[in-house]
Design a protein around this ligand. Structure first.
Ligand SMILES: C[S@@+](CC[C@H](N)C(=O)[O-])C[C@H]1O[C@@H](n2cnc3c(N)ncnc32)[C@H](O)[C@@H]1O
Length: 174
């Protein structure tokens, strides 16, 4: 399976997280859907004390591991235990497009409608969030929002890019 290589969404999220970690280094960080490991590596470079990267794609886990990040294979939180101060997910957020090659679908397609991976993530993430922790989820204006809105959250970044808005939502324990 192809490993998702950093693109505009990755760079925007990395920049956002860099700013966040600047003032919050003493945290444990779970990098869900790590792909190449760009976000986990950014956290390590920022001095974050504990980083765990997770991906369903074993090749992504291997690639992140080569960057010196502790990484495990897991379907979302299936193999994850314990709580984290910061959890992020640059989710696969696009609706299914049959023309998309199967090898790259896992990284880009959130499910038939596009919101399935993000919704599954939101259903589980708070169980792994430490007290006063933060969840950051990156989706797009192309992702259906009706179910995602039910989880609350606030928009902390919105950036127009190639005909879509990239959106980072923030959630806490409240
Ligand atoms: C848009 S890519 C983001 C990759 C990387 N974080 C970045 O910003 O460049 C989404 C990633 O989520 C992973 N993924 C998709 N479904 C997943 C699941 N159920 N559990 C864990 N990871 C998943 C994909 O393999 C892919 O690496």
């Amino acid at each position: 399976m192809e490993v998702y290589q950093p693109a505009e969404d990755s760079y925007m999220f990395a920049e956002f997280l860099e700013d966040y970690f600047e003032d919050n280094k003493d945290v444990s960080y779970l990098d869900m859907g790590c792909g190449s490991g760009i976000l986990g590596k950014k956290a390590l470079d920022c001095g974050v004390k504990e980083v765990l990267s997770v991906d369903i794609n074993p090749e992504a886990v291997e690639e992140a591991g080569k960057k010196g990040i502790k990484a495990i294979a897991s379907d979302l939180f299936e193999n994850v235990s314990g709580g984290f101060d910061v959890i992020s997910f640059n989710a696969p957020y696009l609706p299914l497009d049959e023309r998309e090659p199967e090898g790259s679908r896992l990284a880009t397609t959130g499910g038939e409608k596009g919101d399935e991976a993000a919704v599954r993530f939101l259903e589980e993430a708070k169980k792994h969030l430490a007290k006063n922790g933060r969840i950051f989820l990156l989706i797009s204006s192309l992702t259906p929002m009706d179910k995602i809105k039910e989880f609350g959250g606030k928009v902390v970044v919105r950036k127009r890019i190639f005909g879509e808005d990239l959106i980072v939502l923030e959630y806490n324990n409240a």
